[in-house]
Ligand binder design. Structure first.
Ligand SMILES: [Zn+2]
Length: 535
């Protein structure tokens, strides 16, 4: 098999020579086409003026750069009417005129550029054995022509963040061909309206719940049915639901907390203050062992006849301690002194009041002071806390409240799912949530009805559903209802038509990926090129 075939070089090339160094493969060739044609008049010419060598970069081979040295001819154009007298034979379509790289290399660099961007692109081409620069890559991307937008019947429109919370752009998708039509540098109604204006053929506009795209479609595509996207509808509903569940879960936490505080004080059960925790116990044990070792050393040194002063210096304890230990004759176990506090004489009274249901320490303090005892609030608080079931560091602090069985965000998920989609543990959670309050149970029914309406595309039930929510008087859902009322036509279309913005969301994700790769010099025009020509 010939080199020409392996390297997929054009037929009119005749290979003259191959030269290989560590990183460059040089292929010398001659163009052998019969009679080169004048690029202007198209007539073949047989009269050769001269020859010269074109240097071309081609696709790499085995990790080496490939350099093509092609001998081409300059010819005379003998057509009397042609203004071109001398021309160079063309190598198209393999190489464009004046180009220094083959078309296939040009294309590959463009593709790598689209996939990676400038800087990363150079790192990739380096490893592939292609010599280029990031500027060249960016130039190739920017050189891609924008395809004209054809007829669109279903338009999907959504925003994406350049900088979250600050600057946004707009993505436009043909929902039937799944093609990105364009990206716009902002999400203003006017910009989107200006784009839509030239497309009077649009029948359906699928959009989010914001007012801007609705207004744009209203002004520039009044013929189109607006369709509120189901994903955004569900997001809105779940936001309202989250607020609702937070309220009920907070109420649940307070309830559980009150119950736990109602447990009797340990004074009342005849127990002392809580024991040391394991870490404290371990530390005091270690300290005791160290002290015991010192004691044994003191006794041993004394038996050897050392003086007390010498022993104290040797062992590293005070003279008084050595003296005391030797006087006692046994190791004195350190006993923590029985802590007495000013509250101790009143503990029984306090326990009684606690039993009676007064769990407010400030109140207990006031009562003790009123009875003529000199006690500070701090004193009462500190002493009493030691007797509380789990201790109580900060009165009423949220961190001390028992955890809710689930976060509101997770609970929303459980409520929104269909029962048959739930795992066993989520079903238990659902049962618990529904038992929290009749209102939660009612909200669950409503949410499931909405979900079903959305799933079975039965938008005609929307009015009845909205009425049910109004009657339920669930505070947080009223906001959702009001929002739907403002945009009812589009919501009903969203609940009825099969159109979905899901694909737009997918494209937005892809765009985000491209956006994040385009750090550095990349601006909106480059991002637009990369999105429109994404692989
Ligand atoms: Zn000519």
């Amino acid at each position: 098999m010939e080199v020409k075939q392996v390297a997929a070089l054009p037929k009119q090339f005749a290979i003259m020579d191959l030269e290989m160094s560590d990183d460059v493969l040089t292929i010398s060739a001659v163009s052998t086409q019969a009679c080169p044609c004048c690029p202007l008049c198209g007539k073949p010419s047989a009269r050769i003026h001269s020859r010269y060598r074109r240097k071309l970069a081609d696709l790499p081979c085995g990790g080496r750069h490939v350099r093509l040295l092609v001998h081409v001819r300059k010819c005379f154009c003998d057509t009397p009417t042609c203004i071109r007298k001398i021309f160079v034979e063309r190598l198209t379509p393999f190489v464009n005129s004046f180009a220094r790289v083959t078309k296939r290399l040009f294309h590959i660099v463009q593709v790598i550029g689209l996939a990676t961007g400038g800087r990363l692109g150079v790192r990739v081409t380096d490893r592939l054995g292609i010599q280029t620069s990031r500027h060249t890559i960016l130039r190739r991307i920017m050189a891609l022509p924008t395809e004209p937008v054809g007829q669109i019947t279903e338009l999907g429109i959504d925003d994406f963040a350049f900088k979250r919370g600050r600057t946004y752009g707009t993505l436009l998708i043909d929902l039937q061909s799944h093609q990105v039509l364009d990206i716009l540098p902002d999400r203003k109604a006017e910009t989107a309206a200006a784009w839509m204006k030239s497309h009077s053929e649009i029948r359906v506009v699928s959009r989010d719940r914001g007012g801007d795209y609705a207004a744009a479609a209203q002004t520039s595509a009044p013929q189109a049915t607006q369709c509120a996207d189901r994903f955004h509808l569900m997001t809105n509903l779940s936001k309202s639901l989250e607020g609702f569940l937070s309220r009920h879960l907070a109420a649940y936490r307070t309830r559980v907390d009150l119950e736990s505080r109602a447990t009797p004080l340990s004074i009342a059960q005849g127990k002392g203050p809580p024991k040391k925790n394991p870490k404290q116990a371990y530390e005091s044990q270690a300290k005791r062992e160290e002290r015991l070792a010192q004691y044994q050393q003191v006794v041993a040194l004394r038996k050897l006849g050392f003086s007390q002063t010498a022993i104290a210096a040797q062992v590293g304890v005070g003279h008084a301690t050595v003296s005391r230990w030797l006087r006692h004759g046994t190791f004195p176990d350190h006993k923590s002194p029985q802590r007495r506090s000013r509250l101790d004489p009143h503990l029984n009274v306090v326990a009684e009041r606690w039993e009676a249901g007064c769990h407010n320490i400030a109140q207990l303090h006031r009562e003790l002071v009123a009875a003529g005892h000199t006690l500070t609030y701090r004193n009462v608080y500190r002493q009493l806390v030691r007797y509380l079931p789990q201790g109580r560091k900060k009165s009423g602090s949220a961190s001390q409240l028992p955890r809710a069985p689930v976060l509101a965000r997770e609970a929303v998920f459980v409520l929104l799912r269909r029962t048959e989609e739930l795992e066993a543990k989520d079903r238990e959670m659902l049962a618990l949530l529904r038992s929290l309050h009749p209102e939660v149970d009612q909200a669950y029914e409503l949410v499931q009805q909405f979900r079903e309406m959305l799933r079975t595309r039965t938008g005609e039930q929307l009015n009845a559903w909205l009425e049910k929510v109004r009657v339920s008087q669930i505070r947080e859902l009223q906001g959702f209802v009001a929002g739907v009322e403002r945009d009812k036509k589009a919501v009903r279309a969203g609940l009825t038509l099969p159109t979905s913005n899901g694909m737009v969301e997918g494209k937005v994700n892809k765009l985000k990926l491209l956006k994040r790769m385009g750090y550095g010099r990349a601006g909106f025009p480059l991002l637009r090129q990369r999105v429109l020509h994404a692989l």
